[in-house]
Design a protein around this ligand. Structure first.
Ligand SMILES: Nc1ncnc2c1ncn2[C@@H]1O[C@H](COP(=O)(O)OP(=O)(O)OP(=O)(O)O)[C@@H](O)[C@H]1O
Ligand SMILES: [Mg+2]
Length: 467
């Protein structure tokens, strides 16, 4: 029996038992088991821990054991199918499946409860089908964090929604320094625009998976009824899916594809083919949108957005006045000082959360007590967050950061070239890279561009003894 058939019947079994279809991970475990993979290999392919795969696997074997009335495990799963024991019970499922199929034929499927093997907008099977079934959304948010609170960002949501649903952008980079709220905004956005899509998929690239692994992982989600033609490459198969369905794919932590100690946006060895992938997403005609969330502007985007209106980048700034909700949630007092606190910490939700916790623990929640010192106080975990940025810089960039940290006012390029020990070309490349990493700010004045560090970064450089 073909693996595809076994998976279909296993799915029917699960529906009859639990009312739910196989989710993405369950299917990956069954497929891997049938192909002789170990739990460790399945975990690696799906970017999750082996322990989690084992837990989900043992839950599955338990369900199948109960249904079959016989011990089922990873070891005997294939043999039981081959000996026909599963098939004898699965053939009696038609009516059950139809009933449950209608139940799940809703327009929204819970996180990780994706109905992988149905065509979009497919009518459920069964005896008493309704005439019209609402379109079905396949939502696979993988390991996306759950949003407990979300404040503000109304204009950002409106702009991004417009870019995606009206302008039909194909490739969007959502950029900004760590903690500014890229992931939270993207997740909130998906809730707002979910009805426009057949598939919404979130994948973090934090472990720098090779491009082939990412493509394979995505292709498995689009469990296509048309067997892919052998002449098609994995990338062209994926592009076919992006044409056939309207998909929103969020790739988070894209900066992890780029090298440490090199200027911003240079792919690590083994990740170079993402360049080709992202370029094609922007260039070829399809119905879908891919969003890249990153600390650094990918070079592909920097180049493409100049000539292709369907490729854009959105730089996320501080949360602004809505950040007061974060302070209120943490029960801080001295409300008159809140705006100063927000301005000092650049409206960065993570920086504010960490600082608010410190104010709560050390100052009894009184904001003005923290603000009375001459220097900006940085919580140790905030400094560790910034270490992760600083460690990525080239030597030239680190030198310029140190130089900028000592400047009381923004500085123009000629002045930087004079005072640093770098050549003008090195200064320019390093400054461009710092700007692409959102570490240096720019302002235009009197016909010149001036560069500066924000007060938190200045303080960080001083605290770490780097200036
Ligand atoms: N609009 C918001 N309202 C409330 N909390 C927010 C908001 N935006 C972000 N946060 C919170 O701030 C923290 C940082 O946000 P998030 O993880 O989205 O940042 P990020 O830009 O994705 O950071 P990184 O690049 O390090 O992944 C999280 O705890 C998140 O829940
Ligand atoms: Mg994030």
């Amino acid at each position: 029996m073909e693996i595809k058939e076994i998976l279909k019947l296993a799915d029917d079994l699960l529906v009859a038992k639990t009312g739910k279809h196989l989710d993405y991970l369950q299917e990956a475990i069954l497929r891997g088991t049938l192909e002789g993979q170990t739990y460790a290999q399945i975990a690696e392919e799906n970017y999750i821990t082996e322990g989690h795969v084992k837990d989900v696997g043992s839950e599955l074997w338990k369900l199948f054991s109960e249904r079959l009335g016989k011990h089922v495990s990873k070891v005997n799963f294939r043999a039981l199918w081959e000996s026909g024991q599963f098939y004898s019970i699965s053939s009696s499922f038609g009516r059950d499946v139809g009933r449950v199929g209608r139940d799940v034929g809703r327009d929204f499927v819970a996180v990780n409860n994706i109905n992988i093997c149905q065509e979009p907008h497919a009518k459920p099977t069964g005896t008493q089908q309704p005439q019209e079934t609402p379109p079905q959304l396949h939502l696979d948010l993988g390991d996306a964090p759950e949003l407990f609170t979300f404040y503000g960002r109304t204009s950002e949501l409106t702009t991004l929604q417009h870019w995606i649903t009206e302008d039909r952008c194909r490739l969007i980079a959502l950029l900004g320094i760590s903690g500014i709220g890229k992931t939270a905004l993207a997740i909130r956005l998906t809730e707002q625009i979910k009805t426009h899509f057949d598939y919404i998929i979130y994948r973090s690239l934090r472990f720098s998976p090779p491009p082939d692994a990412t493509l394979t992982n995505l292709r498995q989600i689009f469990c296509d009824k048309d067997t892919p033609r052998s002449s098609e490459t994995p990338l062209s198969q994926l592009l076919n899916h992006l044409r056939k369905y309207r998909c929103l794919i969020l790739f988070d932590d894209v900066q992890m594809l780029f090298s440490h100690r090199q200027l911003a946006g240079q792919y690590k060895s083994g990740c170079e083919d993402y360049h080709h992938f992202f370029q094609l997403i922007g260039e070829v005609s399809h119905n879908s949108c891919v969003m890249l969330l990153s600390w650094e502007k990918p070079r592909d985007i920097a180049k493409q957005e100049k000539e292709n209106n369907l490729v854009r980048s959105f730089v996320l700034e501080g949360l602004g006045v809505a950040a007061k909700e974060i302070l209120s949630y943490q029960n801080l007092t001295n409300e008159a000082s809140w705006q100063t606190l927000i301005d000092t910490y650049q409206g960065n939700p993570l920086w504010l959360k960490l600082t608010a916790t410190m104010i709560q623990e050390l100052c009894g929640g009184r904001v003005s007590e923290l603000l009375q010192y001459d220097t900006i106080i940085l919580d140790e975990s905030l400094q560790e967050q910034l270490d992760r940025h600083f460690q990525r810089l080239t030597e030239g960039e680190q030198k310029l950061m140190a130089q900028l940290a000592n400047e009381p006012e923004p500085v123009a390029l000629p002045q930087l070239c004079q005072t640093s020990h770098l050549s003008p070309a090195e200064v320019m490349n390093a400054m461009q890279s710092l700007v692409r990493r959102f570490l240096a700010g720019t302002q235009e004045r009197e016909g010149a561009t001036f560069f500066s560090l924000n007060p938190v970064l200045k303080q960080y450089v001083k605290n770490r003894g780097l200036s």
